[in-house]
Design a protein around this ligand. Sequence first.
Ligand code: MG
Length: 176
Amino acid sequence: MVKRKAIFFDRDGVLIHAPVTSNNKPISIKKLKELKFTKNIVQICKILKQRYLLFMITNQPDFERKNNTKKNIIEINQFIKKKLYLKKIFVCYSKNDSCPNRKPNPGMILKAKKLFNISLKDSYVIGDRWRDIGAGKKAGCKTIFINRKYNEKNPYKPDFTIKSNEKILKILNEKN
Ligand SMILES: [Mg+2]
């Protein structure tokens, strides 16, 4: 059976806008009514779904930290899944870095690989934080870092660094 290629998108700051705190750290929205897709992402996903399986992999520790309800998080995620042609979404609710699914651990990517017969070396992880790039590297995917200039260091070296998601198609050699 031919292996399939995938794109693993992070959620906050990649598929949807992430508000930032006063010290320039991104946070998750709480409710669906706050959701705003990032520029051109609907069109980008529409093009990419022709050649790639599209997934969302997201850490949502707000649930375990009691900052948001599972119901709110699921409502947001289901809306994104439907609008952006995603094959499946993977969510880690844990706040504990020992959880194998919590990025930078690659658990969510490895689950998708198993379920959909994916060639990880031909697949991409696209994220705006060091945890996304770490998970992609550990899984053996190519990594695209959208540098939104947050107040944090990235200990992992991404394969590509861009300033906005409009460059994604160019990296993947897709015509707009
Ligand atoms: Mg993010």
